[in-house]
Write a protein that binds this ligand. Structure first.
Ligand code: SF4
Ligand code: SF4
Length: 250
């Protein structure tokens, strides 16, 4: 399986993916049932996570930063998803099976607006050694801070554990709380636990989703489907990226 890892390294390098890592699937077995690597295949062996940094200027720009982030995220999610699917094919050519964990959509919507990815990419990134869960709930990387957009793979291939570039990731500095202090709706507590519903309610705007939320009477499965087919990428807007923009370690 060393050859697959080498081939993937070459493929990611060619596709301008600066950060990626591989870990044993068992390292995420404590995730909630239905959201563990072993829920995807009976014989899951490895997980992989990759990250692309959003340019720093998008967060630092004093005007219309939110709109620029919206465009960057829309493009990067598509790029990440395409790269993940090609990487899955590389793995499957060796007789294994592999499934992408997409950069953003699709996801499950629970209750009144709690969004759950099919696997937590932040935890995947931490397990793969490419960062630590930061105090704003995002992956914190020693070079890029919290501005990596992530994607992942779950596979039956038993791949060697590795992180590229090899770094000792230590996470957020212990004495920094800037993102928590500056969240406009105080959605991040001092331990770094993010109130996702409060955050999403404030930070995400999609016309159809907002109207459904206002109407109040809906099933989360319906919202999930409508959100996926009408509100992805170019139709949703991020109203807030404050917990990344204010980070002194971008
Ligand atoms: S995106 Fe905005 S609302 Fe959500 S946690 Fe970050 S600062 Fe708070
Ligand atoms: S502002 Fe940046 S470094 Fe500071 S706690 Fe938040 S994510 Fe971590």
């Amino acid at each position: 399986m060393k050859e697959i890892a080498e081939e993937l390294t070459g493929f990611f390098t060619q596709n301008n993916i600066p950060v990626f890592g591989i870990a044993k699937a068992a390292s995420l077995e404590n995730e909630p049932s239905g959201y563990r690597p072993s829920d995807m295949f009976d014989s899951t062996k490895s997980i992989l996570c990759l990250g692309i940094p959003v340019p720093k200027g998008i967060f630092k720009c004093q005007e219309k930063s939110g709109w620029m982030y919206w465009r960057a995220a829309s493009i990067y999610y598509r790029n990440i998803d395409a790269v993940l699917m090609q990487a899955c094919s590389i793995i499957e050519e060796k007789g294994e099976v592999a499934v992408p964990v997409y950069g953003c959509f699709p996801y499950d919507i629970k209750g009144k607006g709690d969004f759950w990815g099919y696997l937590s990419l932040v935890r995947l990134g931490e397990a793969a050694g490419i960062g630590k869960v930061g105090k704003n709930g995002l992956l914190f990387h020693s070079q890029y801070g919290p501005r990596l957009l992530l994607g992942g793979i779950v596979t039956t291939a038993s791949l060697p554990e590795m992180a590229w570039p090899e770094k000792d990731e230590e996470g957020c500095p212990v004495d920094c709380f800037v993102c928590q202090e500056q969240c406009p709706v105080k959605a991040i507590d001092k331990k770094g636990k993010v109130n996702r519903v409060a955050c999403i309610k404030y930070s995400m705007r999609s016309p159809i989703f907002s109207n459904l939320m206002k109407a109040g009477n809906f099933r989360s499965e319906d919202v999930q489907m409508i959100n996926h087919v009408t509100a992805v990428d170019d139709h949703s807007m991020y109203q807030c990226i404050q917990c990344v923009s204010v980070c002194p370690y971008l």
